[in-house]
Design a protein around this ligand. Structure first.
Ligand SMILES: Cc1cc2nc3c(=O)[nH]c(=O)nc-3n(C[C@H](O)[C@H](O)[C@H](O)COP(=O)(O)O)c2cc1C
Ligand code: SF4
Ligand code: SF4
Length: 444
């Protein structure tokens, strides 16, 4: 049986699934209920200075039939008294000594950091997470993403925390920055024990078309919120990868956050370098019970691949994530339609003709609606396979024999790259493009 337990920068947990700091970790009741359900750890709703929250405070992107494909909030840190939270942390630790309870913190001055770190350590927190992410409200008061976006300030506060803390310190980064490596390096220079990412992305999820106010609406007005949920997973994966690959950052374990909802999402984060996982929106949507499927799916994956511990597959996808210039320019695939699966919807034709390379023709011969791929026009872009509603109906089939591997960098070094558009070496040369007037052929 695979062992799901982890030791994350010294914080031990029975499994890598932690609740991220947010509404599901607002109280001892919720954290205990989550641990009962099977979660391995919880990052407490951020503790800090007194705040006042607004009503309403959440918005979402409902994409077609999927509710909350992206989620947005303008909530601040906890509005519950610090004293109550500390008592509840202590109580949770009494019942669940082996689970990870991490206190997320956000205050301003060095004295405040010292004090609150002492307070949560006395309450029994196993670790501390520095919240440098909140992209609304708190940043206007010089905290949250206002710190996360200023690497020098971030480093100073990490140093304060490292001085004050006796438990491991995790620095939580904001994605609202063009180069995630900069705050990652600042966290490393400050001596942080670990990093976590991502916090939410600055966003507006929509506008009410009658009142012209952005969602979520507070008495006729709104403000940018923080975006999260399934829609942000690709951004989170990319940022986790950036830090996991960096030689001056990757000595710190990474807690992966952003759009995690299933065991597959979790495995993807682990393969890109995360060694613990945090979940917020999926729990707000479906409740603590999703942990059952997450844990059993992860166990089945590990059994299937022969892994006995999480550590064995942390970062295994990283060697396959390279720069564009190293990709094999000799590799060639083209689309192939499985006529037996095709339902004749013609979506692939429309996509390729209007949105790609005019490499699909409608074949009305034999009374079928099954389109045909024009092989010589197909550049192997994948679009038709992505739009096709039938699983595995369109597959991309390799055309080269795999014997040649030449990258842009190889060609640059060999002085063998196109220098003008007329150059015979230019990539698009020889690709089929219809005459512009062919677009008018159906005019009456
Ligand atoms: C309503 C809401 C409140 C949040 N509050 C906090 C917070 O107090 N502290 C914090 O560090 N992150 C907070 N977050 C961010 C989450 O911890 C997490 O980083 C983010 O939502 C991405 O994960 P997800 O896609 O699983 O939700 C909050 C998120 C939501 C949706
Ligand atoms: S792979 Fe791209 S170019 Fe080829 S048929 Fe599909 S959409 Fe057209
Ligand atoms: S999108 Fe798929 S199912 Fe629809 S016509 Fe094309 S191949 Fe057939």
């Amino acid at each position: 049986m695979p062992d799901l337990s982890i030791d994350f920068a010294g914080i031990k947990a029975p499994n890598p699934f932690w609740l991220a700091s947010g509404p599901p970790t607002n109280s001892g009741y919720q954290v205990m209920k989550a641990f009962e359900a099977g979660w391995g750890g919880a990052v407490w709703k951020t503790l800090g200075v007194p705040v006042i929250n607004v009503s309403s405070r959440y918005g979402s992107i409902n994409y077609r039939n999927t509710r909350m494909a992206g989620f947005n909030n303008i909530e601040l840190i906890t509005d519950r008294p610090l004293k109550d939270n500390l008592i509840e942390i202590e109580e949770v630790k009494k019942y669940f000594p082996k689970h990870a309870v991490i206190a997320s913190l956000m205050v301003e001055s060095k004295a405040e950091w010292n004090q609150i770190i002492k307070d949560v350590e006395n309450a029994g927190a196993d670790g501390i997470e520095l919240n440098f992410g909140c992209p609304h409200g708190m940043c206007e008061r010089g905290m949250g993403s206002a710190v996360g976006q200023e690497p020098a300030v971030l480093q100073t506060i990490v140093e304060w925390a490292m001085e004050a803390a006796t438990v491991p310190v995790i620095t939580k980064l904001t994605p609202n920055i063009s180069h995630i490596v900069d705050p990652g390096l600042a966290a490393a220079k400050g001596g942080s024990d670990a990093i976590s990412l991502i916090n939410t992305l600055k966003s507006i999820v929509g506008i009410d078309l009658d009142t012209y106010a952005p969602y979520p609406i507070v008495d006729g007005k709104g403000t940018n919120g923080g975006y999260c949920g399934p829609a942000v997973k690709p951004i989170a994966l990319e940022m986790v990868k950036e830090l996991a690959k960096h030689p001056d950052i990757n000595h710190m374990p990474i807690s992966g956050i952003g759009g995690i909802e299933t065991w597959r999402d979790a495995v993807e984060f682990i393969l890109l370098g995360a060694s613990s996982l945090q979940v917020c929106t999926a729990v707000m949507h479906f409740g603590f019970g999703i942990i059952r499927e997450m844990k059993s799916g992860l166990i089945d994956f590990m059994k299937d691949k022969g892994y006995t511990t999480i550590d064995e597959f942390v970062g295994l996808a990283l060697p396959n994530v390279t720069e564009w210039k190293h990709l094999n320019l000799k590799h060639k695939v083209i689309a192939v339609i499985n006529a037996e699966k095709c339902i004749g919807c013609e979506l692939c034709y429309v996509a390729c003709d209007d949105g790609a390379h005019q490499a699909i023709r409608l074949s009305k011969s034999n009374g079928t609606r099954i389109p045909e791929i024009i092989e010589e026009n197909c550049v192997g872009c994948n679009l038709c396979a992505l739009v096709c509603p039938v699983e595995n109906c369109i597959t991309m089939i390799q055309q080269d024999d795999g014997s040649e591997n030449v990258s842009w960098e190889d060609r640059t070094l060999a002085n063998n790259i196109p220098t003008t558009f007329d150059d015979e070496l230019a990539g698009g040369k020889g690709h089929h493009v219809p005459k512009p007037t062919e677009a008018l052929k159906n005019r009456h």
